[in-house]
Design a protein around this ligand. Structure first.
Ligand code: ZN
Ligand code: ZN
Length: 226
């Protein structure tokens, strides 16, 4: 993100200083040229753009909204901004569909919860990609799920476990773009099946435009969006 070098993914956390905000952090990902970008600085621009596009669109097609966001050359190829972009697109499509009344405060809450569980590199470090809890936050918000609740929590957790499984099936190596697209599709189908909310689906097959930009190597034919 700073100099374009291929990043190093460490096995143990080390002390790092963010090249942008100068604050010190412990982290697992650094550039061989000494650069490090904290999650906040890394995701800022993408989150800003997500908010702008989401507040302007009337679309009820979450994948279409997501593709519109990632079209921008400002969006880094990989990283946890994909969790915010996927959740933003999904909750916005639900809001535009109209069955649930979604306030600005609820959308802000989705981003706040995502912030807590979408942490750079943790897909590999704990097995959980932040896109799953980000979409889980959307279900929790519309259902009012909290710890200790009955079916609201069960539905939220069922949705997240389906998403986690679909992400695992796309791994080897990882790709945030494929994860986000598939997760949105799974969440959309789950919403239709369990809450009878029908969001619009794209008629054309989604084709990735970023094959050459992938630092871990694109999975090509193994990816449904290649
Ligand atoms: Zn660098
Ligand atoms: Zn920073």
């Amino acid at each position: 993100m700073v100099c374009g070098a291929t990043l190093e993914y460490l096995e143990n956390e080390i002390k790092l200083q963010c090249t942008y905000c100068q604050k010190e952090f412990k982290g697992f990902i650094r550039c061989p040229n000494g650069h490090f970008v904290c999650d906040k600085c890394h995701n800022n621009q993408s989150i800003q753009l997500t908010k702008e596009i989401c507040s302007a669109t009337t679309s009820t097609n979450p994948l279409e909204i997501f593709e519109k966001i990632i079209e921008s050359p400002k969006i880094p190829m990989l990283g946890c901004h994909h969790a915010f972009m996927a959740a933003g697109a999904f909750i916005t499509a639900i809001k535009n569909e109209g069955s649930f009344e979604i306030s600005e405060n609820m959308i802000k809450e989705v981003y706040d919860r995502t912030q807590r569980q979408a942490i750079g590199g943790y897909c590999g470090l704990t097995g959980l990609c932040g896109i799953a809890p980000a979409l889980g936050a959307c279900f929790a918000i519309i259902l009012g799920s909290k710890c200790g609740m009955d079916k609201e929590q069960k539905i939220t957790m069922d949705a997240v476990s389906e998403i986690v499984k679909s992400i695992a099936e796309l791994t080897g190596p990882s790709c945030c773009k494929a994860y986000a697209r598939k997760s949105i599709e799974i969440a959309q189908n789950f919403l239709e099946r369990n809450l009878q909310i029908k969001l619009l689906k794209s008629t054309d097959k989604t084709k990735c435009r970023d094959t050459k930009k992938h630092p871990h190597g694109c999975r090509k034919e193994k990816c449904p969006y290649y």
